[in-house]
Design a protein around this ligand. Structure first.
Ligand code: PNS
Length: 162
């Protein structure tokens, strides 16, 4: 049986931590749908088209093949059902991620009992990394080369730098 999973997120912007989790998920499952949240609570720094095209470039650079990158809106549990995905794959960084992720995982399973969540531990060097850290460091003129894919450095830095 072919197993499709979803890696959802805002990806505002994609980081090396995201790429690592998606790459590892792609090795474990037959297909990974990278689902980019279209309508975020707060205005994103990058448009949905930019966030998707950044992911395309980053995952091409990382040689990840069995993936589909899409925008999604509404409930993740509904989207997963529509796409026939059996699970969501998420990276867990510090303990501080746990409570929020646990809440989302339980809610998703209540909404769709067939839908499970698989957590992968973040790589040690990405434990502290997040899109908001990238936005903050770049906006203050800091070096983000350890945080974002090399092919995206200029695009992300030029936009965020004040
Ligand atoms: O990268 P993020 O911001 O941590 O991703 C959060 C995301 C997109 C996974 C989450 O906000 C989400 O699933 N949104 C869709 C709405 C939904 O299904 N909410 C109920 C689950 S708590």
């Amino acid at each position: 049986m072919s197993r499709t999973v979803i890696c959802p997120g805002s990806f505002d912007p994609v980081t090396l931590g995201h790429v690592d989790i998606i790459k590892r998920a792609s090795k474990m499952f037959d297909k990974v749908i990278v689902a980019v949240l279209v309508n975020m609570d707060k205005t994103p720094s990058f448009t949905i088209d930019e966030r998707i095209s950044f992911l395309e470039e980053a995952l091409k650079e990382a040689k990840v093949s069995n993936i589909e990158i899409v925008g999604f809106d509404g409930l993740l549990a509904d989207y997963a059902k529509k796409r026939g995905a059996t699970a969501v794959v998420k990276g867990l960084r510090a303990v501080s991620d746990f409570e929020y992720e646990f809440q989302m995982a339980l809610t998703n399973r209540k909404l769709n009992p067939e839908f499970d969540t698989v957590f992968l531990t973040a790589d040690a060097q990405n434990m502290y990394l997040s899109s908001s850290i990238v936005r903050q460091v770049a906006s203050l003129g800091g070096d983000i080369s350890n945080f974002v894919p090399a092919c995206l450095y200029d695009k992300i830095y030029e936009r965020l730098k004040k």
